[in-house]
Design a binder for this molecule. Sequence first.
Ligand code: GLP
Length: 263
Amino acid sequence: MRVIIKDNAVDISAWVAGYIAYSIKRAKPTAKKPFVLGLPTGSTPLGVYKELIKLYQNKKVSFEHVVTFNMDEYIGLSPEDKNSYHYFMHENFFNYININPKNIHILDGQTKDYAKECEDYENAIKAYGGIDLMLGGIGTDGHIAFNEPFSSLTSRTRIKTLAPSTIKDNSRFFDNDISKVPTQALTIGIGTIMDAKEVIIMATGENKAEAIHQAIEGNINHLWPVTVLQMHRYGIIACDKAAAKKLAPPTIDYFQNIEKMGG
Ligand code: GLP
């Protein structure tokens, strides 16, 4: 596992955006062999999206041959609903870059057939040869996408009931009213995330410190789904100092030193 710690959210967002842009360019994507990017929602990636938009505007990266798969979507919300992840992605990212709308994939939370929607999503990812780079955030309880604590570590795309802690955390987007937060979501699985060729899990702020401690220093356990990243060949945790607050000093020294030495 690679661990990148920067002073603050702005710096780590710039690092992650730079890494994504570099990965896209390195792949030299074409219409026939596009770059496949997995994307999250939440407040954490907002700085990354802003930075990627800047990089696009400055002609440092193009999304012409990039295909995206979002991690999850609430059940029951229409794409026009301001709290849907469809709306979030267009408002904060897709509307400002040169991505072909046909290349955007987001689970349909209004589908009548959840099982088929999830199976089709997995098949669409496979048809592109898998996800090249998956970016994810992390919940305070260690969830990734909407894979809540005790999710199977080999789970695939499916419907998931949200944990009370997630509903409480996410109620800030729903007028702080817990009763307005959907109780279920469609989400890619932990197995789906682990199949990506490379995975970056990003965290900022002190409220993520316990999850980051578990992710890096804890044992692999379905209680903290993010710990599965320890089994990924190319897993990166990217966080700010506040989120790294609960890491033991020798752990921080180890990862900072290895970065200084060139990785
Ligand atoms: C939601 C999303 C996750 C995200 C998490 C943390 O539950 N489904 O993908 O990582 O929120 O969000 P934030 O970045 O706002 O803390």
